[in-house]
Design a protein around this ligand. Sequence first.
Ligand code: UDP
Ligand code: MG
Length: 336
Amino acid sequence: MTSENQSSVPRRKVSVMIPCYNEHSVLPLLFARMNEFINTMPGYDWEILMVNDGSSDDSMMQIMQMHIRDRRWQYVDLSRNFGKEVAMMAGLDYVTGDCVVIMDADLQDPPELIPEMLRYWQEGYDDVYATRRSRGKESWLRRRLSLSYYSLLQRTTHIPVLQNAGDFRLLDRICIDALRSMREVQRYTKGLFTWIGFRKKEITFDRADRAAGQTHWNFWKLLALAIEGITSYTTIPLRISTVVGFVTSIGAFIATIYFLLKTWLLGDPVQGFPTLVILILFLGGVILLSLGIMGEYIGRIFNETKGRPAYFVQQTSYDSNHRRRRTENENNSQRN
Ligand code: UDP
Ligand code: MG
């Protein structure tokens, strides 16, 4: 590969990690753009890790061909589609660089921003994240919903929630190792990035439209991610349901006394049917809602306590001992 630098400063290795699910039509563009880009940056060693998240088209074939042509391109092929969050987790387990840039395959995150990220990284920042000034082609409704969601999420927690920040960011090795130590299977990575802390730096960019192909998000997937975000970030909804339950119980108690007294004092010809129906419906609704909220958390507990690995790997361009060796090294260095 590239020759050793003459200077005594060791060359630093930059990994770019790209999760990829059915990106057949955009991959040729991505390869061309990335190759062109890294050729303009000879000061670093590059590794580009494609995490194939169980694509059902010929993405994997294309990635393997790219790997054969240029060994800086590596791949991890997951055994099925696990979703972007877990694909990123797998990527972090494998990257070998001193830092990693996480990027979408569809070129919505322009590689041309990477030099700026690297500059801040060299200055000592550990997490340089790109927030979008504009969000590219998106429906008005999706933008609105997304904005109100973030403000709701922010109100439930004291950990800062980053609006308009995607997963496009540069992470120092220290962040990579922190994230690798968090093995939860149901992940809301955006929350994890802020949770780990470290020195952060924001840069802004205009998000482009998808270069080719279709987005993989639909309403239901986004809703699932949104619920994931709340339930993995905060337990406030549990508290709210407790409070609502408490208040309605008191209300119900007062109503009970009122109706009892009324019946005793005034007698009761069959009246009050509407009151009954309203009470039953209201209480039923509150109970179901609280059960649902608790169910969300119990579901999370259930999924985490199974203790399954988050993903399986079908094949990878790294040799099979790569990850085991790295974990051993880490354990040794922790012991020393
Ligand atoms: N992606 C993935 N697994 C999935 C869905 C998406 O790895 O199950 C990848 C996809 O290939 C892309 C990135 O995640 O690189 C973002 O996906 P997409 O462009 O569909 O999301 P959007 O930009 O619309 O939020
Ligand atoms: Mg996209």
